[in-house]
Structures are given as structure tokens and as C-alpha cells.
Design a protein around this ligand. Structure first.
Ligand code: PGA
Length: 258
């Protein structure tokens, strides 16, 4: 795992966005795994900016999002379909027929989960998966105690996730309790993984992910098994790491060779 510590949130965001854009330039038909959440909003802003500056075209990429709330239709304002349209898809030349997000309003959510896993495999798998991390160490909606080899399935949100995500809803009662999410096994199949964590509230999860034991207690610790995972952090999210001198010696200022 490459641990890349940046001196500000802005620098970490710019670095991970540049990394993704580099990958699209190197392979214009690449398959990106995408995430939602407050942390990735500025990452998408930076990717849009590169498109507007004509530094990159996303017209041939394919995308698969991590997850969606069960029960929300794509046009629901709190759905992840809506989030992606607002923050990335609707602002670039990405072709909507090349984007995939699980349908939370599918009549049979279990069948939708199986379909989604098969669709990822059918297109040759994910080249680069973007991730955030929850305060409880979740990736996607894989909450603590998720199987480390799980595939796409229905997961119940942890109470702390319901609380954290309620900031986007009118009240906590409106937050869906179920999701369709890529499994940890699905995520580990991506050829490369880039994860971003910003802020003090993520520092404990970051410590457990990078230096803690490999454990379903912290789902993100499964990234320790991945041969090509990069973690982009600001100073504060990195503040509890005990081997920080080592990470900074290997990657001064979060720099990573291309
Ligand atoms: P956040 O969500 O970026 O809104 O903190 C991250 C996550 O829960 O994976």
C-alpha cells in the first residue's frame, strides 16, 4: 500500500484527481470504479476542470459505481444516480450508456446485485477503483464485519452510517436502511485502487486500515491484501499513523512515481 501524505486537503484532492486523469489519458477506454460522498465531490470538480481545459476526454471510459440505496429511484434527489449526474456525469462528455450504478428501485434487489456483479465481470473488470472511507472503516457500504471476500449484495447500513448520511436528508428517518453495494471481494478484484481520506474524523479509520490488523472489524483493512492500492491523505487524516516517518521518507510530500 502506498501511503501518500499531503500537507493539505486541497493537495490530496488534486493529486488523486490527477492520478485518475493520468490513467484515463493512458487508456482512454479504461473502466473506472466510482464512489460518492462529501470527500469525492472536490475530486470530481477537479476531474471536470481537466475536461473543461481539454486536458482529457472521458468519452470512451466505462464506469461502475460502488453502491446505491435500496428503495430510491434514479431520479430521487438523494440517490447516488442523482449525485453522479450532478457532480460528474452531467458536467463531462461521459456517455450515460457507459455508466452503471445499481438500481436501488429494482423489483428484486438480490437479482439486481447478481446482475451488477456479472456486468462488472463481463466488461473485463475495473481498471481503477476510487474509494472514500467511512469513520467506521467501511468502503462502499461494507460495514464492519462484512465478509472480506463478499460480492455485490444487499447490506444493512450501520447506525453510525445512517447518522453520518442523515446530513443529506430532511431527517434521519428518511435515510434508507439498506443498500446494494459492491462487496469487498468485488473491490479487491479492481486492478488498481485509489482511496482518499480527509480530516480528523477519518484518522482512526485510516490508522486501522493501514496499520491495524487485517480484520472485518475495519473493512478497509482488506486493502492490505491488494498489490496496487494508493491512499491519499491530508495531514490531519494521517495524524494517528505511527510509521509516518517511513511513509514520508518513501513518498516525500505524497509524491508517487507514475
Ligand atoms: P464521506 O463518505 O466522503 O461523505 O465522508 C465516505 C464514505 O462513507 O465512504
Amino acid at each position: 500500500m502506498k501511503v501518500l501524505i499531503h500537507d493539505s486537503a486541497e493537495a490530496a484532492v488534486a493529486a488523486i484527481a490527477n492520478r485518475i486523469v493520468e490513467k484515463v489519458i493512458a487508456k482512454p477506454t479504461c473502466v473506472l470504479g466510482l464512489a460518492t460522498g462529501g470527500t469525492v465531490e472536490p475530486v470530481y470538480d477537479a476531474m471536470v476542470q481537466k475536461y473543461e481545459q481539454q486536458k482529457v476526454s472521458y468519452s470512451r471510459i466505462r464506469t461502475f459505481n460502488l453502491d446505491e440505496y435500496v428503495g430510491l429511484s434514479p431520479d430521487h434527489p438523494m440517490s447516488y444516480h442523482h449525485f453522479m449526474e450532478k457532480h460528474l456525469f452531467g458536467r463531462t462528455d461521459i456517455k450515460s450508456e457507459n455508466t452503471s450504478i445499481p438500481f436501488g428501485n429494482a423489483v428484486n434487489p438480490n437479482e439486481e446485485a447478481r446482475r451488477y456483479e456479472a456486468a462488472i465481470k463481463q466488461c473485463g473488470g475495473i481498471d481503477c477503483q476510487l474509494l472514500g472511507i467511512g469513520e467506521n472503516g467501511h468502503i462502499g457500504f461494507n460495514e464492519p464485519t462484512s465478509s472480506l471476500s463478499s460480492t455485490v449484495r444487499i447490506k444493512t447500513l450501520a447506525p453510525e452510517t445512517v447518522r453520518a448520511n442523515s446530513r443529506y436528508f430532511k431527517n434521519i428517518a428518511e435515510v434508507p436502511r439498506l443498500s446494494i453495494t459492491m462487496g469487498i471481494g468485488t473491490i479487491l478484484c479492481a486492478r488498481e485502487i485509489v482511496l482518499i481520506a480527509i480530516g480528523d474524523n477519518k484518522s482512526k479509520a485510516v490508522l486501522e486500515m493501514i496499520e491495524g490488523p487485517l480484520s472485518a472489524r475495519c473493512p478497509a483493512s482488506a486493502l492490505q491484501l491488494h498489490p496496487h492500492a494508493e491512499v491519499y491523505l491530508d495531514e490531519v487524516a494521517a495524524s494517528q499513523l505511527t510509521l509516518r516517518d517511513y511513509y514520508e521518507a518513501v513518498h516525500p510530500n505524497g509524491k508517487v512515481e507514475s
